[in-house]
Ligand binder design. Structure first.
Ligand SMILES: [Fe+2]
Length: 325
């Protein structure tokens, strides 16, 4: 990230939020090298990850877990938004979360191939591009260059939008934007068709950085205009509902990533009720979807929790439910 990038980030986020985020990034590095304090994040604790990898290896299921992690599913989720403008009826939004792209060589191309036969009008990436919570972005950038142009080729109508997750430093923004994904830093973008508008609001991470800001992007949006929220974790649901969002798209939990045969997730990894950690849900009339994620973190393995890309199909009329594939 050069001086020009930094100036642009100051203009976009404001000194207060950018300063808070940079301070939190330094705190995170200090915590990881044992000099600071911070929240417990299981993927950061090297000894636990080493034990988990060893356990998978000695039990002979490591290869099985890796195969599961590459078994990317594409699901459709029908969302009824009564305020959706008629010109946007049937809009298809591909939702990719928790890509952790440097977790497996060629993952970007693997995702692009999986989506090759699917159609969508926009793509949204809800954070976590890096496998670890610190470290360089070279391999992430390489995988993004394989993935984002392919997403843009599908999403020609409205484009590709991204937000940051708790694995992403602010330095990730130029990496994403150079690959072709417009990154929303407490910002809003209008998806327009004819004279109709649907607003997409992307907030910064709430889970670790806490530098999300509802007020700033909402200032430019008319009071009753339909709006969709992109935020990395399902941890500000009541706030989003109070701000009039009709759809909350999120990830972070990986749906548990390593689950029991009945699908129960021993680690939910988010400060929210269990009903919000995977799949479709609703809160006070606001609908939401928590993606199980595309990649994996900590260890590149999944059990009883397949990775997914979800194509949300927005409609004004209820023709029956949901997650069809
Ligand atoms: Fe993640």
């Amino acid at each position: 990230m050069d001086e020009h990038d930094l100036i642009r980030l100051r203009e976009r986020m404001g000194d207060q939020y950018l300063g808070r985020r940079l301070h939190a990034q330094v705190t995170r590095i200090l915590y990881l090298v044992g000099q600071g304090r911070g929240g417990f994040h299981y993927e950061n604790v090297e000894v636990i990850m080493r034990l988990l990898k060893l356990l998978l290896r000695v039990s002979g299921i490591q290869a099985h877990g890796k195969r599961n992690a590459l078994d990317l599913q594409v699901r459709e989720n029908r969302v009824v938004l009564p305020t959706l403008p008629p010109a946007l009826e049937g809009i298809r939004i591909a939702h990719l979360s928790d890509l952790h792209l440097d977790g497996y060589p060629g993952l970007g191309q693997h995702i692009a191939h999986t989506l090759a036969d699917h159609t969508f009008d926009a793509a949204v990436l809800t954070g976590d591009y890096r496998f670890y919570t610190t470290g360089h972005y070279d391999r992430v950038a390489q995988e993004l260059r394989a993935l984002v142009p392919a997403l843009r080729a599908h999403a020609q109508r409205f484009g590709v939008y991204a937000i940051l997750g708790n694995h992403d430093f602010i330095e990730m923004v130029p990496v994403l934007e150079n690959a072709g994904a417009q990154t929303l830093l407490n910002e809003a973008v209008a998806l327009t068709a004819d004279d109709a508008t649907l607003w997409l609001v992307g907030l910064d991470d709430a889970h670790y950085y806490g530098t999300y800001d509802f007020a700033k992007p909402l200032r430019g949006i008319p009071p009753n205009a339909p709006r969709i929220l992109l935020i990395h974790s399902p941890e500000v649901i009541p706030e989003a509902s109070a701000h009039g969002f009709e759809l909350y798209l999120t990830g972070h939990t990986h749906g548990g990533q390593i689950c029991l045969p009945n699908g129960f997730a021993p680690l939910k990894n988010a400060h929210c009720a269990r009903r919000y950690i995977a799949g479709a849900w609703s809160f006070n009339g606001m609908q939401g979807y928590t993606s199980r994620g595309v990649g994996a973190s900590g260890v590149f393995a999944r059990f009883f929790c397949p990775p997914e890309v979800v194509i949300h199909i927005l409609t004004r009329a209820d023709l029956g439910h949901s997650e069809t594939r």
